[in-house]
Design a binder for this molecule. Structure first.
Ligand SMILES: [Zn+2]
Ligand SMILES: [Zn+2]
Length: 122
């Protein structure tokens, strides 16, 4: 699995090549079951403001409670490129990538882990 960005613009999202879209509903793109309900900024699910690390950690925490979704990801996304909009990586796609590599989502439900990744990415 590797990661690509959605091309086009917010009005006409285009998923490159054979990549699988993993984002929220957008014009031209139906919501993926792998979308992150935890948005950066004010999260409607949690009622708090997330930064990128929070949003990614919250996604991992949700996955940890949905073993059937983890199993589906391991089945459906193996060997597939995934596409999302996120301007900043790491994002929830990185969680999926690690899950596919066999990492337990619970291990990724820690914002400090993502903060460290982000400072490495610059
Ligand atoms: Zn949230
Ligand atoms: Zn993303």
């Amino acid at each position: 699995m590797s990661r690509v960005r959605v091309q086009g613009d917010l009005f006409h999202g285009v998923v490159p090549g054979s990549a699988r879209y993993i984002g929220r509903a957008a014009p031209g793109l139906p919501r993926s079951r792998y979308a992150n309900v935890h948005r950066v900024g004010l999260c409607r699910r949690c009622g708090v403001v997330h930064d990128q690390a929070d949003a990614v950690a919250a996604y991992a925490a949700d996955l940890a409670e949905q073993p059937e979704l983890v199993a589906a990801a391991r089945r459906e996304l193996a060997g597939v490129d995934v596409a999302c909009w996120c301007p900043i990586w790491p994002c929830h796609g990185d969680v999926l990538e690690a899950v596919l590599a066999g990492v337990d989502p619970l291990q990724m439900a820690d914002r400090n882990r993502w903060l460290a990744d982000m400072s490495e990415a610059g």
